[in-house]
Design a protein around this ligand. Structure first.
Ligand code: AMP
Ligand code: MG
Length: 430
């Protein structure tokens, strides 16, 4: 049994030793949520010209040292126009009408906002300006955001809408990304049945394979759901060996201290190495992490959309997590431990796990000894967010978890936390 922090660091250390699979090229929008296998560079300066950030007049700041001042209007540039120097430029005592996004004409060194000006109503040939401006005000100089050839997006970055915008702005209609890691999901338990079966009186449907598949996808992996393993050594072993053919194996159930919790035993028979068996957390204390030699490789046949299995002569090491079967424990331990491994297998640069803070609305009393991740609701508005535990029936209670949007993180030494104290929290999403 190790502390939460030691367990997390162990996973991070092992995750640093794995790398992504092959590279593929996809259309830009299909790259959303994928991990870049190439760095993306600025193809020119950003902005590519001195870009006005206000509607108004391009001026010489020195002409507005004393205001009000009257300037001669010698032209206009709208977004998309190119002010040819000599044809449209600003000299002493002159101004050029300019719109947001338009290039600053030669000679000008500032833009004065239209709100502070009055155009001569008859001829429109002169403008009165009521406010001074400083040099450089209201435009972004060419190259101030990025220089041509500058790295804008690193290899290893997962593409979100901002990354998509950057790739689009440099003309990358197709991007190179890493293949998603294949993550085998293996639920165990004699009581667990497929979700389209009618469960018997003592049976429950296999929700864990689905929640895990969803979490795997959200983390950037491709879930491979295996058949349910009964609490029986032979069949469990066959399915574990099958799962080890993927890039990572996630098991749920069968890792506690019960007489029929066989996962560790079977992995032991397969000569697995265990890096931790149990972490001082709640929910999720029985979680195990290790690696095991595998003889099968699971691939994916794009044409038939089916998994292919190949026997290899040189066994390869595969990591696995044995997650507890209680559905909330499964979800929490996935988030705390399995996610960083999937991200590493996807080629992502490691991300530290950082907790947020909020004020506690109602006091918490608990027992010491474990770091607790308790379902809670973050509510309130703007700067007045507050968090409160939900009343739940323990780590099997997904009906309550769905109403929570975060977990309050309680340090192992705390027995009581008063209302109004700042507490750490982990958002539930992902
Ligand atoms: P275990 O970790 O095998 O002792 O299981 C703990 C609890 O989680 C038991 O109540 C199981 O019935 C439940 N459970 C185990 N596997 C699943 C699953 N795949 N889907 C939903 N609940 C499960
Ligand atoms: Mg079980």
């Amino acid at each position: 049994m190790v502390s939460f922090e030691v367990a997390r660091r162990l996973v991070e250390r092992h995750a640093a030793s794995v790398g992504p699979g092959e590279i593929e090229t996809v259309d830009l929008l299909a790259g959303l949520g994928r991990v870049l296998a190439e760095g993306i560079l600025a193809d020119r300066d950003f902005p590519p010209f001195d870009r006005a950030t206000r509607d108004g007049y391009a001026v010489l700041a020195a002409d507005l040292a004393e205001v009000p001042a009257r300037l001669e209007v010698v032209g206009e540039v709208k977004a998309g126009d190119w002010p040819e120097p000599g044809v449209c430029s600003v000299g002493r005592g002159q101004a050029v009408g300019i719109m947001t996004g338009a290039p600053l004409p030669a000679g000008a060194d500032a833009v004065v906002m239209v709100e502070y000006t009055s155009l001569d109503p008859l001829a429109g040939k002169s403008v009165e300006v009521r406010r001074s401006v400083s040099r450089g005000e209201n435009f972004v100089p060419r190259g101030a955001e990025a220089r041509a050839e500058q790295l804008l997006l690193d290899r290893g970055r997962r593409l979100d809408h901002v990354g998509i915008a950057i790739a689009a702005s440099v003309g990358k209609s197709r991007v190179q990304v890493f293949r998603k890691p294949r993550v085998a999901v293996l639920s165990t338990g004699d009581e667990v049945v497929e979700i389209d079966a009618a469960p018997g009186a003592a049976q429950i449907r296999n929700s864990n394979s689905y929640s895990l598949a969803a979490q795997v996808q959200a983390a950037g992996g491709e879930a491979v759901r295996l058949a349910i393993a009964p609490d029986e050594r032979g069949r469990l072993r066959v399915l574990i060996e099958e799962g080890l053919g993927c890039d990572l194996l996630l098991l749920t159930g069968g890792v506690s201290m019960g007489k029929y919790d066989l996962v560790e035993q079977v992995l032991g028979e397969l000569k697995a190495k265990f890096y931790f068996t149990g972490a001082e957390i709640q929910p999720g204390r029985p979680v195990v992490f290790g690696s095991c030699a595998a003889k099968t490789l699971v691939g994916f046949d794009g044409a038939s959309a089916a998994c292919t299995r190949t026997e290899v002569s040189e066994p390869h090491q595969r990591y696995f997590f044995g997650l507890p079967g209680n559905p909330v424990s499964t979800m929490v331990t996935f988030k705390l431990f399995a996610r960083p491994m999937i991200e590493a297998l996807a080629g992502m640069t490691p991300q530290p796990l950082a907790f947020l803070s909020a004020r506690l609305k109602t006091e918490i009393r608990t027992k010491t000894g474990l770091k607790r991740f308790l379902p809670a609701v973050l509510s309130g508005e703007f700067e007045n967010a507050e968090v409160e535990l939900v009343r739940w029936q323990g780590s099997g209670d997904i009906a309550t978890l769905v109403r929570a949007n975060c977990y309050v993180v309680i340090p192992p030494e705390r027995e009581r936390i008063d209302a109004g104290e700042w507490v750490s929290l982990l958002m539930r999403a992902g």
